[in-house]
Design a protein around this ligand. Structure first.
Ligand SMILES: [Cu+2]
Length: 136
């Protein structure tokens, strides 16, 4: 009977080692993983490392594109809705853009006069998020 328990303990220990080695393999960046993570856009919708230097944002397919832009202080940013439905450009908090409902083809301008990271969203579709990074 003791022998059986001993074998079980050994098996559990081996299983534990196996699981640990599997999870550590997962965290190492393998080439095949890259495509997997890049297709999943939702957690990194306003990832500042993806900032594009432009003053023009297009709204298509329920997305701000590019979602994160980088501009110099004093820049006027232009949004154009090219979606079949209305959207807004609305600052998450404080000062920032506060557009009316923008129909298909409508544009909206906002001038950023302070430096910082200014996140915004669509009032109609709260899952739509964007960010403007303003630098000196
Ligand atoms: Cu919207």
């Amino acid at each position: 009977m003791k022998k059986v328990i001993l074998i079980l303990v050994v098996l559990v220990a081996i299983g534990g080692i196996f699981l640990v080695s599997r999870s550590s393999n997962k965290s190492t960046p393998a080439g095949s993983n890259t495509t997997h993570t890049s297709s999943d856009a939702s957690p990194s919708a306003t990832d500042s490392s993806q900032a594009v230097e432009t003053d023009t944002v297009t709204i298509t397919n329920f997305k701000f594109s590019p979602a994160v832009i980088k501009v110099k202080k004093g820049t006027t940013v232009h949004w154009t809705n090219k979606d079949g439905v209305a959207h807004t450009v609305t600052a998450d908090s404080g000062t920032g853009p506060k557009s009316d409902n923008l129909a298909d083809g409508a544009t909206y301008d906002y001038t950023y006069t302070q430096t910082g990271n200014f996140s915004y969203h669509c009032n109609i579709h709260p899952g739509m998020k964007g960010m403007v990074i303003v630098t000196d």
